[in-house]
Design a protein around this ligand. Structure first.
Ligand SMILES: [Zn+2]
Length: 178
């Protein structure tokens, strides 16, 4: 493959609506999840945004986002950096990794949960496991977020019960003692 062909292939992989993303979308839709695509107002334009779950999902290509590429290892089983123009590719992938991390931080500051699904996790032999885990994670997030909302009320009840029966009228916030 010439480097030009390679760039074209990679550009095709990078474009929106690619197969890995479609797999995730189809699965979530069939399981009753509703989402928006490529929300332009959020950092990093997340592939899928689930408002109800306050969650952004990124379906990442292993090459572009440098999956499992660490500082001491500039290659991984799913991100093989081309030998030609190696420095260029390494620098590019590092930049992408850095940008991804920064966008996640900003999203978290805005109160969003972020989930990354990697292309290699959607290979046929592991796909179902990944999608099932994704669904479980979303339910977990939902329960967690909502239990935080209800906790103060639950804690309020035992305290009220400790009051003497005569203090029942103090149950509300307006005190009747004055
Ligand atoms: Zn990967």
């Amino acid at each position: 493959m010439t480097s030009e062909q390679r760039s074209r292939n990679m550009a095709a992989i990078h474009s929106k609506g690619t197969k890995p993303e479609m797999l995730v979308r189809r699965w979530l839709w069939s399981r009753g999840f509703r989402y928006r695509l490529n929300s332009p107002r959020l950092p990093g334009k997340p592939d899928l945004v689930l408002r109800r779950y306050r969650t952004c999902i990124f379906v990442n290509g292993c090459f572009w986002h440098g999956h499992k590429v660490t500082f001491d290892m500039e290659n991984s089983e799913c991100c093989k950096i081309p030998k030609t123009n190696r420095e260029f590719w390494v620098a590019k992938i590092r930049r992408n990794q850095k940008r991804d991390a920064e966008e996640r931080v900003r999203l978290k500051e805005m109160g969003w949960h972020c989930i990354t699904v990697w292309e290699c996790e959607l290979k046929p032999q592991v796909r179902q496991q990944t999608l099932t885990a994704l669904e479980r994670t979303l339910h977990h997030i939902f329960l967690q977020d909502h239990s935080v909302t209800y906790e103060p009320m639950d804690e309020g009840l035992p305290m009220a019960a400790e009051n003497a029966p005569s203090a029942r009228s103090d149950f509300g916030f307006a005190s009747s003692k004055e």
